[in-house]
Design a binder for this molecule. Structure first.
Ligand SMILES: Nc1nc2c(ncn2[C@@H]2O[C@H](COP(=O)(O)OP(=O)(O)OP(=O)(O)O)[C@@H](O)[C@H]2O)c(=O)[nH]1
Ligand SMILES: [Mg+2]
Length: 469
């Protein structure tokens, strides 16, 4: 493993976490690089306090007591910066280890020079997410909470921030724990019966056991079903702006962004590539995708554009179907489109309402009249988009939901095992088989919070963190 400085920061080449000793003392700059008021360095591990005492001109470090002092290079007694230092004694720290936090001046010079001295004094560069990984390993938080830390750091909207905060507070872990209890109850009944199998004692009759398994299945399925809502809150909603050429799709994108992002022209077939830009409305992130106008065409570039448009439509969480009100038309294309995409929430946007009041026969779908270039009814459209998502995905500002594919997969795995257990009960299979399936369902749940963990899962999660967190 090689460590070099890149933009004044340590950069490690090759290898992943498993090559590192979890007992080393680690150090990193926890704030974002570049000029800024302050930067914060963190040192965590057994040697943190010793390193700080050699680095700082203080006689001692009292836990949780902020000291204004200087960072000095012990090699040549050069003062590196004026700092505020804080010592957190294990286990009362973020990582659960002795930790020192040093706030110095921001920018690309002060913090890296102090960090270099930390390395000289025996700390090693922290890996991405290593502070949080240690917090997890030391029982300070479970895996769901560690993921929520990353989500909070990367949140771009209020809805994402609120969900991350609820998970960080342990609300999702609580729901998983409840499910875990339910399954442990079933497992303990089965184990008890196995212990007394010679006497052929039945602790719970089969119908009751079947019902208990069924109830657990329902609860797990409920939690898994919240995935779309969680993902939407965390990542934002993908909104495809679709329709025939020249209906004003690019004009609508620009109007919502309030900037001339996409090329607009009266020539049908202007947009070829998909263009994605984000806006926030009512705390929710909308990822708007402008697409090529849909039509049969011989133009090879437009055909590629049409394929891309269809992909965007397929992946979208919400469809805005644009129609042109300036053209008297039976909306035949639109009606077909709506019939084809019944399963997705869709708003029929009747654009160019400034050009006359032609009243087409409107299909049975949520619709509204706007003018993209005249900026008419755009707020109404945004409100309708928000409401439609809330209703369709049952977004609730107060509830918690899973939001990652990893969590969803583990729940589905648990559900599968439970279903097998239920069938085994119905088939009057012996308790050993039922107990095995229940155990598998429990194991799958435990991977969600990290009670059962594999190095692979941990690497996958923490490698995506930034250094210093
Ligand atoms: N009067 C009026 N004209 C509009 C309105 N919205 C768009 N237009 C005009 O309609 C024409 C087509 O607009 P675009 O936004 O390029 O349409 P598009 O759907 O993106 O077209 P393609 O990219 O070719 O599929 C342009 O001349 C716009 O100025 C509107 O609300 N009112
Ligand atoms: Mg366009």
């Amino acid at each position: 493993m090689e460590c070099r400085l890149l933009n004044g920061r340590p950069f490690l080449f090759g290898g992943s976490m498993q090559h590192f000793d979890h007992h080393d003392t680690i150090a990193a700059i926890s704030t974002a690089p570049g000029p800024g008021g302050i930067a914060v360095l963190r040192i965590s591990g057994d040697k943190a306090r010793d390193i700080a005492l050699k680095l700082l001109d203080v006689p001692d470090m009292e836990p949780r007591y902020a000291q204004f002092c200087h960072a000095v290079d012990p090699e040549n007694r050069e003062t590196l910066d004026e700092v505020i230092a804080l010592f957190f004694k294990a286990p009362a720290s973020y990582t659960g280890e002795d930790t020192v936090e040093i706030s110095c001046h921001g920018g690309n010079a002060a913090a890296p020079s102090i960090l270099k001295v930390c390395y000289d004094l025996g700390a090693r560069p922290a890996q991405p997410g290593e502070f949080t990984r240690r917090a997890f390993m030391n029982g300070k938080m479970d895996l769901l909470q560690a993921e929520a830390v990353a989500d909070l750091i990367h949140a771009v909207s209020n809805s994402g921030r609120k969900l991350a905060n609820r998970v960080l507070a342990g609300k999702l872990s609580e729901r998983i724990r409840d499910l875990h209890h339910e399954l442990m109850d079933i497992a303990s009944v089965l184990e008890l019966e196995l212990d007394f199998s010679e006497q052929e004692i039945t602790v719970m009759d089969r119908a009751e056991l079947r019902e208990k398994i069924r109830a657990a299945e329902r609860h797990i399925a409920d939690l898994a079903a919240g995935y779309s809502a969680g993902r939407l809150l965390r990542e934002g909603a993908l909104v495809a702006i679709a329709g025939r050429p020249n209906t004003g799709k690019s004009s609508l994108l620009n109007a919502l962004l309030r900037e001339e992002r996409a090329i607009i022209s009266p020539i049908p077939g202007t947009t070829r590539d998909t263009i994605e830009e984000s806006i926030i409305h009512k705390g929710m992130l909308f990822r708007l995708v402008d697409t090529a106008g849909l039509r049969e065409t011989e133009d090879p570039l437009e055909r590629i554009g049409n394929t891309r448009a269809r992909n965007a439509i397929r992946n979208a969480d919400l469809l805005l179907l644009l129609a042109d009100l300036s053209k008297a038309d039976d909306l035949h294309f639109e009606k077909q489109f709506i019939a084809k995409h019944k399963e997705k929430p869709l708003i029929l946007v009747l654009n160019k309402c400034d050009l006359g009041d032609w009243a087409p026969e409107i299909p049975d779908v949520r619709h509204l009249r706007i003018s993209a270039t005249g900026a008419l009814n755009l707020d109404v459209l945004l409100d309708a988009m928000f409401e439609m998502l809330q209703k369709h995905y049952r977004l609730d500002g107060e509830s918690v939901s899973i939001s990652r594919e990893r969590q969803r997969r583990a729940l589905l795995q648990s559900l599968e095992a439970l279903k097998r257990a239920g069938e085994a009960v119905e088939n009057h299979d012996s308790n050993e088989f039922i107990a095995l399936d229940i155990r598998e369902a429990i194991d799958a749940l435990e991977t969600i919070t990290g009670e059962t963990r594999s190095e692979d899962i941990l690497n996958h999660i923490f490698d995506r963190f930034c250094i210093g967190k």
